[in-house]
Design a protein around this ligand. Structure first.
Ligand code: HEM
Ligand code: HEM
Length: 159
């Protein structure tokens, strides 16, 4: 983008934190999808509160991520902070792109696994959840480095 905005909009910030909250719920509360999925594959009834919650939260993440991308296309995102090493700025661009790919790809693959009863998709989904977790941890570590090492006060962009 030739002329990046000075800040994220309030809506962009709210959506960022809404997705973080939903992901925390998804990881901390409802990781018991393995057993119901195997019941489903064996032809048994597999729906429970956990399964419904997992699907509803997952689809919510998908819709919010698409909304964020639409906002980003219209409004853009602030440029990398001055003083950030160039390589780091490029890596963070790739990391943000990958985060979006996972926020959209994971629920889609999960839906394909569940409704298409596809074991390979379930395995890809599981693998993707691990990648997302590590990438999110790396993202938080990068914010910490910015905040306390380079002192760019990056966190203020999102609050
Ligand atoms: C961003 C959204 C999502 C996240 C972060 C997420 C996260 C997870 C996690 C952490 C697990 C447990 C993996 C493990 O046992 O190691 C799981 C399993 C599963 N999820 Fe999701 N999920 C999401 C969306 C969905 C959606 C929308 C569906 C659609 C039904 C879905 C279907 C499944 C299935 C079928 C499994 C069991 C896979 C297996 O054990 O082989 N997920 N998910
Ligand atoms: C599951 C967790 C998270 C995900 C998936 C996530 C995802 C993202 C994505 C995709 C962006 C880029 C936004 C854009 O430019 O359109 C972003 C930016 C940002 N996030 Fe997160 N985030 C997560 C957790 C956190 C946490 C816990 C913090 C605070 C410690 C945080 C702080 C920030 C900040 C400060 C930015 C702005 C970075 C910049 O403008 O260069 N995020 N996040």
């Amino acid at each position: 983008m030739s002329n990046p905005p000075a800040a994220y909009t309030g809506l962009q910030k709210h959506l960022h934190w809404a997705v973080v909250l939903l992901l925390l719920l998804q990881y901390l509360l409802f990781d018991g999808m393995g057993r119901p999925f195997h019941q489903l594959m064996d032809g048994a009834a597999a729906y429970s509160t956990t399964v419904f919650a997992h699907i509803v939260i997952g689809v919510a993440v998908l819709l919010l991520a698409l909304w964020r991308l639409a906002l980003r296309a219209r409004h853009g995102a602030p440029a990398a902070p001055a003083g950030e090493p160039r390589l780091f700025a490029q890596v963070s661009k790739v990391a943000h792109g990958l985060l979006y790919v996972l926020l959209i790809g994971l629920p889609v693959i999960g839906l394909v696994a569940w409704f298409g009863k596809l074991g390979a998709a379930a395995e890809a989904h599981e693998f993707g959840t691990t990648v997302l977790m590590w990438l999110a941890l790396l993202h938080v570590a990068a914010v910490v480095v910015h905040q306390f090492w380079w002192k760019t006060n990056l966190l203020r962009r999102m609050v």
